[in-house]
Write a protein that binds this ligand. Structure first.
Ligand code: SF4
Length: 482
């Protein structure tokens, strides 16, 4: 049993993010300190959030007298004095068991205060955001809607429509606060791998051989399989797909077949090919991968690197378009389109191979951003005879692998699969965003170039990885067909 820390008696609006993600995480946050070091990407997001908050502060200062609150009492005094805007307000309500600190309290014409927060996100429909901000209304106890200053320079309002959600959150948080043992939980790859309590939960999942550890097996599916008496990976692996009853997210023979094979792949560290024959398009393969920065001042993603690996696929065959700043974004895009046209002339039947839909979706976004959907190269890239080929789709449609996630790095780094290792072991997509932002803020030219070389090397490894994946698929699953 874990003893509750007295400081956690009060519920905070910021608890909403943990609660929405996982009830056990919300419980652990109240009862157990996490031994967790914030990673570079999270720090970068935090700093970007602070910058946005300061921008909103500056705009408010242009219009109103803004007073910074120093304590709960000071906030109260400022409200009684009728301060037009209170920055970093501190609010507590012991009857509700709530404490919170909205970025701003803005005095309304009625004399009441309206809570407001600056949030980097461009969308206001996230559940956690709605709960967090609506709790400030509860703390103030008036009917005025809460304002959110979004990263897209838009504002949104939340009023009574979020009451039911907030009531559910508060009721469950009070229940969790008084609960002596941690609540049951299932593994979720997207949530658990970045959770500060992963090392706490992982041994239990592994010991129980929880079926939710399997790729594609949802929490609900695991719970319903448990009711049917299938509560371990070994038990699922022993099933015949034809006799497995329908459960949520697991109906139809194809899905059942896949789930049973996924359990066997996990258990025996093996690879299974599904019934379909793997077909790869014929032509000159060019491997393609982009790096983008979501933390731009305009909040439009800036693709700063369009990387390509050309035949004969040695390290020297890496080609790319790089732009230093968001202001050069359009020129980077045009340079990419020019390169594509050159490849089209130079090579016969170009195949632009990439991993996941991100590259194709980004090309479409750029074409829309610059009103170029009718451009002939764009039409070729996105049209019916598009050269773009998503390798992730082939992998997911045809193979069952001993993995929890079918990301490029998961497949390529696995020693029994592609076994391709990136030169920089730390590198990854979030790592590259951090490095690029360091590049942007770096004043020293030599250090700037070092960072650029590091990012280029990472991208070259990414496109080399898709080339190695292509070879692995050809050699292991297509050699009879070729
Ligand atoms: S590791 Fe997973 S199950 Fe455990 S608290 Fe975190 S999100 Fe919840």
């Amino acid at each position: 049993m874990i003893t509750r820390n007295k400081k956690t008696e009060l519920i905070k609006p910021s608890d909403a993010a943990s609660w929405v993600s996982c009830r056990r995480r919300a419980w652990l946050k109240m009862h157990k300190a996490a031994d967790y070091e914030t990673d570079g990407f999270t720090k970068l997001l935090f700093e970007a959030g602070l910058r946005h908050e300061r921008e909103v502060l500056r705009e408010l200062q242009n219009e109103y007298a803004v007073h910074r609150a120093k304590s709960f009492e000071h906030t109260e005094n400022l409200m009684q004095e009728g301060a037009p805007v209170i920055y970093q307000a501190q609010l507590v309500n012991h009857d509700l068991g709530l404490v919170g600190s909205p970025d701003f309290l803005i005095r309304h014409d009625s004399g009441q205060y309206q809570p407001a927060d600056a949030k980097l996100t461009q969308k206001e429909n996230a559940k956690a955001l709605q709960i967090q901000l609506s709790l400030y209304r509860r703390l103030l106890g008036n009917d005025l809607p809460v304002i959110v200053f979004l990263g897209s320079n838009r504002t949104a309002l939340f009023g009574d429509e979020t009451d039911e959600l907030v009531d559910t959150f508060l009721e469950d948080m009070r229940y969790l606060r008084d609960l002596q043992e941690q609540p049951d939980a299932r593994y979720s790859h997207s949530k658990c791998r970045n959770c500060p309590y992963f090392e706490h939960c992982r041994p239990q999942f592994e010991e129980q051989e929880d079926v939710s550890l399997l790729h594609g097996v949802h929490k609900r599916t695991a719970e319903q399989l448990f009711v049917l008496g299938i509560n371990s990976i070994a038990q699922l692996a022993a099933q015949e797909p034809e006799t497995l009853p329908d459960v949520q997210h697991l109906s139809g023979i194809k899905r059942k077949h896949r789930a049973v094979l996924q359990a066997r792949a996990f258990l025996y560290d093996d690879v299974y090919q599904l019934n379909n024959r793997i077909v790869l398009p014929e032509g000159t393969w060019i491997h393609f991968d982009i790096e983008d920065n979501p933390l731009t001042p305009t909040r439009d993603r800036h693709i700063y690197l369009w990387g390509m690996l050309l035949p004969p696929y040695s390290r020297d065959d890496f080609d790319y378009v790089w732009t230093d700043h968001e202001e050069e974004d359009f020129y980077g895009w045009l340079a990419f389109l020019e390169k594509i046209e050159l490849y089209r002339i130079k090579f016969s039947s170009v195949i632009l191979a990439h991993y996941s839909n991100h590259e194709k979706a980004s090309i479409k976004k750029y074409a829309q951003r610059y009103n170029m959907l009718e451009h002939s190269t764009v039409q070729w890239l996105l049209g019916d005879s598009s050269p773009m080929f998503d390798m992730q789709k082939v992998v997911q449609d045809s193979l069952v692998l001993p993995l929890q996630s079918y990301g490029l790095k998961d497949i390529c780094k696995h020693p029994k699969l592609v076994n391709f290792q990136w030169e920089n072991k730390e590198s990854g997509s979030q790592w590259s965003v951090v490095q690029f932002n360091r590049f942007l803020s770096e004043a020293d030219w030599t250090e700037k170039q070092r960072l650029k070389v590091e990012i280029l090397s990472y991208n070259r490894d990414d496109v080399t990885a898709t080339r190695q994946l292509e070879l692995w698929i050809r050699n292991r699953f297509m050699s009879v067909n070729n």
